[in-house]
Design a protein around this ligand. Structure first.
Ligand SMILES: O=C(O)C/C(=C\C=C(/O)C(=O)O)C(=O)O
Length: 258
């Protein structure tokens, strides 16, 4: 089942979703009312901390001329960057290169501390999708930790929903894609993750406790390109979800509610 949070007439509702027609999602409230995708305001399905992975696909590391990492490279994306389906994000003024990153996100279902890889999938509650927006200019300038690179307001579109773990047969064989204005620009598959989901949960939970609702954004494959105000960006993980973001200028973003 797919679970989302939406706002309807200024009330936040937990809904279930039907994506039989991916161009027209339908949501159902707990008391049985149904709404189309555009009749609701989508909210992030979860609000926990996001642990991000850098360079977790060999083809992406290669396109940046980096070696394959020997252990997971992590960063944190805080809730201040949170954003949702069908909403605006902005391109900061005076930057030369801003890109999308389509990613499978693992949602932790129960408290995980010192978990072994063999048991790690028991700690997964479900999956969602993120567009891990990034300003490359600041990677070169500010590098570590990549806060100004990845934690700008609006830079964490997430959703549209969380799919239950047991509804995904094999999370390590899912197509990952991005379209910009309808043009396919990024394509990969989670089978090419360098560190898979059990390995990531074992590694992260070896030194920090993961709480229910925390998320692991598993990294992005090859195929980055610059995006500009006016662009429609759709990131998709097969069987998990398709998440739309409208890119606007900094001025437009701060001059009206997004
Ligand atoms: O893009 C980079 O140069 C590496 C990086 C982050 C990479 C990802 O987010 C990713 O591969 O998904 C960094 O923070 O330096």
């Amino acid at each position: 089942m797919k679970h989302a949070r939406v706002e309807i007439n200024a009330v936040v509702e937990q809904v279930t979703c039907d994506d039989a027609n991916p161009d027209s999602y339908q949501v159902m409230t707990r008391d049985g009312r149904t709404y189309s995708e555009t009749e609701v305001t989508w909210l992030p399905p979860k609000s926990g901390v996001i642990i991000g992975l850098a360079l977790n696909y060999a083809d992406h590391a290669a396109e940046l001329d980096f070696d394959k990492p020997e252990s997971p490279i992590l960063f944190v994306k805080s809730p201040s960057s949170s954003n949702a389906h069908n909403k605006k994000a902005y391109r900061p003024d005076n930057v030369n290169y801003m890109h999308y990153e389509s990613e499978l996100v693992v949602v932790i279902g129960k408290t995980a501390s010192k978990v072994k890889a063999e048991e790690a999938m028991d700690y997964v509650g479900g999956y969602t999708v993120c567009n891990e927006l990034t300003v490359r200019d600041y990677l070169e300038d500010f590098s570590r930790p990549p806060i100004k690179v990845k934690n700008v307001d609006s830079f964490g579109p997430l959703g549209p929903w969380v799919v239950d773990r047991d509804d995904i047969d094999d999370p390590h064989n899912l197509a990952v894609r991005t379209w910009v204005n309808g043009e396919l620009r990024q394509e990969g598959n989670t089978r090419d993750l360098i560190f898979n989901i059990p390995e990531l949960i074992e590694y992260i939970s070896s030194f920090m406790t993961l709480q229910p609702g925390d998320m692991i954004a598993t990294g992005t494959p090859k195929g980055l390109s610059d995006v500009k105000p006016g662009d429609e960006i759709i990131v998709e993980v097969e069987s998990v979800g398709r998440l739309r973001t409208w890119l606007v200028s900094e001025e437009e973003y701060y001059s009206q509610a997004s």
